[in-house]
Design a protein. Structure first.
Lengths: 319, 681
């Protein structure tokens, strides 16, 4: 019974992720536009863009190699797998034993490297510029994420996301300063990993300020659709990771019935909407920072992560 | 210790036969060097295959005592044995040496001078002897022979001044390593006849003696492994040798040094060390990992870049070893086994993928005649096999799932994440910082590998030579593809490998620990996180396949090619058929973000931009420099000290006859007094 529930919740979760990722992006864009006093595009616009791009024939640079053709598939597959592993509305999905936070970090790195190589493939200046900056930002974001994993693993005893969410949901944890610090660190990492303001501007077309967009400047047609889809997936993935770990309210427990799934889905949608709206407000209120200020931003996240772990050692005396 | 597994004499006899075969190959190379390069390299490849077989047999078969050789120093016979630890490192040596010999067979052809051919089998034999040694004298003999043979190989291309400099520096560090390791044997042994490992284990050192041994082994073996702060020679010496030698030096020789470190600190020093023993290893390992990974992002020479990445990986392995010591000190045997598994698995994985990367850099060197990243570009078109193999190796070095580097770095990170269980607050904070540094190094390594692959294989050719490169089919390609296949296989199936390493894990973790494993997967302990790399691989393949199928079901739109867009790419002038090279990112350009973010603080990196006045048609120039802190802070003061001492010694020549006699007489008195004191005590 529990296996069947695991399979069903996994399938439902996959469908939610697949369909919801571009929708979430559309809603955030709409919210941003409204906050800025514009009418904004329809929330389904990212889906329409994808359909349009898939209908077009790609133009590939003469200097590009097979990497340009393979990389988007690698990136989408790694983002999809990572997103499939993170519980959204129910715990105990059939892939839950695989949902290790370090593996998710590794899958994100795989997608990032694929994108950086694709950026370098055509031998254009912007691609190289974006790739170098992206990899440099990741050098700060990745340790911050691993330090967050350290805090979780001290509290929950494991780095498995499903188990972390379970132990946080049980309420045995209480409110901790460490978790608050880790929350801020994770938010900063999420902003950087998704190329959002203040690290990067997702809607910019001013080449010299771009990071993420610079790498996919040469992509078109199907490839561009895949790149856009994977960045929507990454946003979804990060928001649901934060929602699941820090706000495990409403998560259906393993083996529960469809009714608690519905509750879980409603809770998940609410959490995503709230986080997405917060992101839109945050982005509207801030300006993009200079590229070489980003290490300070991410370095602060890194220090917060370290501080969270040290607080745990001091406060609880895990001796 | 009863549970140390050794092997039946038949396997040891086979190993000794292989060593003898290597000596014979060296003789063959010496006699008819101009014609026998093929014979020597084919022979060493076969012998290394034999090493692999012997190692696997020794890992699988049950116990037997050490074998005494019919010769040795005057106080007793030399002893050889293979247990779980030494057989594991012999496997690394066999894989790395075998693939490198095969590649050398490919590009050596018939023309290779004797100064390259003779030391090569001796180098391999010396490493195998170090691993097989069962007494301290044989261990030192093998270790020093290894240093000498590899020095000869580093100095082989001595017509270039920088190679001579590298060889000299390498020799200095080799002597330093010997000067540290020989006293260690003196400190371990009770008497000159009791240098067998079994005898040394009976009398583990204590107190100050043990601390002294820790320091000396860290310095001696660390200097050979490239551990910070004794790493300065490594990025100079490894690239100076021919590529197949660089591959073995990075892939296997550094591991032999780590083996010596593990053998002395984990085995011969007895089962009980205090917790703090882990701290210096953890700190030096973290420093190496960070410095190596960062330097790999700054270097503009392919082989220097790879050598710096070796420093990083050695640092990661030493961090894992430090955790083993700490967990042993805290009586946490399962965690010690976890960290020991991380150390051994990463040693093997690094041995394979670094050999692959160095051989790939060698293939590029032979095809494009350059090691400068700024002279490469677009090599994926003329050299598709090399490019694919190197990308697999670079992915493993960047710790990307599901390749081999990810599995072992996962184990390392999991053992770092468990470091707080040791209970000591100071150590907990150290481990938390080390965790951040390990993750930072992994991310920096990914950046370095992207830069390496991007500069060498992607983009447009930067020189006509790179445009005209072509790939060598044959043995070299077989070596590259074989290593790439191993990198994938080790990444997907780390659990059976860890099972094979169980003997070594038991030895490192102090006799009690066993690696915890799920079916075909890794586990960080009972009830802790798990990793199924095979499942990850299958799911990734399945999802990628599903995406392809789903897109094709909509009808393939295909693609057309056109000039690169790049926001208005100007058509290149006719004399530049591959486009203007200046419109491509350069090695220094790709390094720029990390140079500014971290390089200034850690490597003293500087940029000097000269902008011509407005209206001046001259090009703007940028000069960058970065310096390893080992040179200004360690080597330069040492050189000054040497000069000062030499200056002082020089004054002795001006002494008068009375002062000369006085000096020798007082020295005699002092020596006699020393002898008197020692005899009484």
């Amino acid at each position: 019974m529990e296996t069947l529930a695991g399979i069903l919740t996994q399938l439902l979760h996959m469908a939610l992720i697949l369909a919801g990722a571009p929708l979430l992006l559309g809603l955030i864009r709409l919210a941003k536009a409204r906050l800025m006093g514009r009418r904004g595009p329809h929330p389904l616009q990212p889906w329409r863009d994808l359909r349009k791009l898939l209908g077009k024939r790609a133009v590939v640079a003469e200097t590009a190699s097979a990497v340009t053709h393979v990389a988007p598939f690698v990136a989408v597959a790694s983002a999809l797998l990572a997103a499939f592993l993170i519980p959204s509305f129910a715990r105990g999905m059939v892939l839950a034993p695989l949902a290790d936070l370090l593996l998710i970090a590794g899958l994100l790195a795989l997608g990032r490297v694929a994108m950086a190589l694709a950026g370098l493939d055509a031998g254009t200046p912007f691609g190289g510029l974006g790739a170098a900056r992206e990899m440099a930002f990741a050098a700060f974001a990745e340790p911050a994420l691993i330090l967050a994993a350290l805090t979780f693993s001290i509290i929950a005893g494991t780095t498995n996301v499903d188990a972390i969410a379970g132990s946080f949901q049980d309420g045995a944890v209480g409110v901790r300063v460490s978790l608050a610090l880790t929350f801020i660190a994770m938010l900063a990492v999420a902003v950087s990993e998704n190329a959002r303001i203040p690290v990067d501007n997702p809607s910019t077309h001013l080449e010299l300020t771009m990071v993420h967009e610079a790498m996919i400047l040469e992509a078109s047609g199907e490839q561009l659709a895949l790149w856009d889809y994977q960045s929507a997936l990454r946003l979804m993935l990060w928001l649901s990771l934060i929602a699941t770990i820090f706000f495990p309210v409403g998560l259906a427990s393993p083996g529960s019935g469809p009714l608690s799934w519905l509750v879980g889905i409603a809770a998940f949608a609410t959490k995503l909407a709230a986080l997405g709206f917060a992101l839109a407000v945050f982005e509207s209120a801030l300006a993009k920072m200079r590229v070489f200020r980003v290490p300070e931003f991410l370095g602060a996240a890194l220090l917060l992560g370290l501080l969270a772990a040290v607080f745990l050692f001091l406060s609880t005396g895990f001796a | 210790m009863g549970d140390h597994r050794a092997t039946p004499p038949a396997v040891l006899t086979a190993l000794l036969t292989l060593l003898a075969a290597l000596l014979a190959l060296a003789a063959v190379g010496a006699v008819r060097a101009s014609r026998t390069a093929g014979v020597v390299h084919a022979g060493t490849a076969a012998v290394c295959g034999g090493f692999c077989a012997v190692a696997v047999l020794a890992l699988v078969l049950p116990a037997a005592p050490a074998l005494a050789l019919p010769f040795g120093p005057f106080w007793g016979p030399s002893m050889v044995a293979l247990d779980g630890l030494s057989a594991w490192f012999l496997l690394i040596l066999g894989l790395s040496g075998g693939a490198s010999s095969l590649a050398a067979l490919g590009y050596g052809g018939g023309a290779m001078p004797a100064r390259l051919l003779v030391p090569w089998p001796l180098f391999l034999a010396a490493m195998a002897l170090t691993l097989a040694a069962a007494d301290a004298f044989t261990l030192l003999l093998g270790f020093e022979a290894m240093s000498l043979a590899s020095w000869a190989l580093v100095a082989a291309e001595h017509d270039r001044a920088e190679n001579r400099r590298a060889a000299r520096l390498y020799l200095v560090f080799a002597i330093f390593a010997a000067a540290c390791l020989i006293p260690v044997v003196g400190l371990l042994a009770i008497g000159p006849e009791a240098v067998g490992f079994a005898a040394l284990r009976e009398t583990p050192p204590e107190g100050l003696r043990a601390t002294l041994i820790l320091g000396l082994v860290l310095a001696g073996a660390g200097a050979k492994a490239g551990l910070v702060p004794f790493h300065a020679w490594l990025p100079l010496a490894h690239p100076a040798a021919p590529s197949h030698v660089s591959a073995v030096m990075s892939g296997a020789m550094t591991k032999v040094a780590l083996y010596v470190m593990a053998r002395v600190l984990f085995d011969l020093c007895g089962p009980a060390q205090p917790l703090w023993w882990g701290a210096p290893l953890l700190a030096l390992g973290a420093a190496s990992a960070l410095l190596g990974a960062l330097r790999a992002n700054m270097e503009e020479d392919s082989k220097v870049l790879l050598a710096c990445s070796t420093i990083e990986n050695i640092g990661l392995i030493v961090m894992a070893m430090g955790l083993v010591l700490a967990f042993r000190g805290a009586d946490l045997a399962p965690l010690a086994a976890l960290a020991a598994g991380a150390a051994l698995l990463h040693a093997l994985n690094h041995g394979v993928f670094k050999t692959l990367l160095f051989l790939g850099a060698g293939a590029v060197l032979h095809a494009a005649l350059t090691r400068r990243l700024d002279s490469m570009g677009g090599l994926i078109r003329p050299m598709p096999w090399t490019a694919a193999a190197v990308m697999v190796g670079a992915g493993a070095a960047a710790a990307l799932p599901p390749l081999s580097g990810f599995a072992s770095e996962w184990l390392l990170l999991q053992s770092l994440l468990a470091g707080w269980r040791t209970g000591a607050l100071g150590f907990q904070i150290t481990v938390a910082a080390a965790t951040a540094i390990a993750a930072l190094s992994a991310a920096l390594a990914a950046a370095a590998m992207v830069r390496f692959v991007g500069m060498a294989f992607l983009g447009r050719p930067r020189t006509p030579r790179a445009a005209g490169a072509s790939e060598h089919p044959g043995a070299e390609r077989i070596a590259l593809v074989g290593l790439a296949a191993l990198t994938v296989a080790f990444g997907i199936l780390p659990a059976p490998l860890l099972d094979l390493a169980a003997g070594g894990v038991r030895l490192l973790s102090g006799g009690a620990g066993r690696p915890v494993m799920a079916a075909l997967g890794l586990a960080a302990g009972d009830g802790a996180a798990r990793l199924w790399p095979a499942g990850v691989f299958l799911l990734l393949a399945l999802i990628a396949g599903a995406v392809v199928v789903a897109l094709r079901a909509r009808g393939a739109r295909g693609f057309t090619t056109g000039p690169a867009w790049a926001c208005g790419f100007m058509a290149p002038p006719p004399h530049l058929p591959f486009g203007d090279p200046l419109t491509q990112p350069s090695a220094a350009g790709l390094a720029q973000p990390l140079r500014r973010m971290l390089g200034g603080a850690l490597l003293g990196a500087e940029e000097r931009v000269t902008m011509p006045d407005p209206g001046d048609p001259r090009a703007a120039t940028i000069a960058t420099c970065a310096e390893d802190p080992a040179f200004p802070y360690l080597l330069a003061p040492l050189a000054r000290l040497r000069d000062a001492l030499a200056g002082t010694a020089e004054r002795l020549r001006d002494l008068s006859i009375r002062q000369c006699l006085m000096l020798s007489f007082s020295l005699l008195i002092a020596m006699l007094a020393l002898v008197a004191v020692l005899e009484r005590g």
